[in-house]
Design a protein around this ligand. Structure first.
Ligand SMILES: [Zn+2]
Length: 62
């Protein structure tokens, strides 16, 4: 447990949260299932948010 999202590297326990996922276990499971199924995770710049934890780009790039 590192306390960060493996995709966008946001700190999970640091506010603001704005509906993003902060349960690291769920995030890691979500991330690994995409890797295991060879699902390409889209870039944060492309989507405007992190597909793994739902953090918005403004939160990530602070
Ligand atoms: Zn993330």
């Amino acid at each position: 447990m590192m306390g960060i999202c493996p995709h966008c590297k946001i700190e999970l326990k640091k506010p603001p949260f704005n509906n993003r996922e902060t349960n690291e276990l769920l995030i890691v499971m979500n991330y690994r299932s995409k890797l295991d199924n060879k699902i390409k995770i889209k870039s944060i710049d492309e989507l405007g948010y992190c597909e793994v934890c739902n953090a918005k780009i403004e939160e990530i790039k602070r």
